[in-house]
Design a binder for this molecule. Sequence first.
Ligand code: MN
Length: 358
Amino acid sequence: MKLKIFLQQARVLVNNKSFKKVVVGNESADLDSIISANLLAFAYSEMGEQSIIPLINCKREDYKLRTESCGLLKRYDIDENNLIFIDDIDDLMVQNPNQLEIIIVDHNKLPDNLRAWDNSVISVFDHHQDIDMYLDAKPRLFETLGSCSTLVAEFILEHQPDIFKDEALAILNISPILVDTVNLDPEQERVTEKDRLIYNKIKKFVNLDLQKLYDDLQFMKSDVSSLDSRDLLRKDYKQWVNKKLTYGMSSVPLSIEDWLKKDEEISKAGEAYMKENSLDLLLIMTAYVQNGFKRELIVINSDAKLLSDFNNMLNQAGLELTDYPQKLESAKPIATFNQGGLGFSRKKIQPLIEAFFK
Ligand SMILES: [Mn+2]
């Protein structure tokens, strides 16, 4: 596939530090950003740019957490070894951009780690709100759309439509549009007229059942089979610091029962993760569908009395915690529950923790 050959050439440019232009996606590094950056860089190279590279603004080791992107690209024999991540770029080239020219896609402002590139931005392709940055950029495309990949596809259709004669590239481009617009469902209020228009244009290059593609992408998103316990803990993790303690909350899309089949020592992984992040308290929230939506909760800290007071507080708030039938062994005090109060998401529990430790 031509994209893979392009990526191999881009890799050489990175190794030689001889690239001149960078197309960078946003630091959430979601499917939209990854596809937009890679396809746009490829399109520019097909238009004659010699030394352009796509850049994914996340660490190489974090790519596997993006199971949807991994799964989709893997279908076309592209894995993390073919892609360029932020830790592949020499720090000096980040700090002293010198001759670099930067094209930003799927965001309107470079994040902190790339602020040194602010004066080198030459083009912007974004579907977020225009906040009047990079006013001299050309093109400077801001449009409220479900997906930035719609803008990229429009650009390709205008400048290098033959790209889509390779069906794989049309499928790659249409995938984030499907995901970001929830399969073009008007009720979700994500899809715009332009998304629909461009989708219909790319669709002509695709022989695949697009409902099936959407379903596959949904499956890939929740498919955590390739992740180990540490990956599961960090996939969807948030951390807070207050005057009393540092605490973290991991959301895991897997039942404790299924997780234990992968790893009998979940609690050990939890303790190691606490150490890695210098945590005083870790909450692991599982959420999954098995005869309906279910939640479980694992709480680990270092003080048994405090742990039981804390759990009482959660119960008084309405979490309806009942002891999990199987006891998890741990060096630190640990409590494991079925959570009856299904409305208590991380967003709702975090303020309770903040209030308890104020
Ligand atoms: Mn986006």
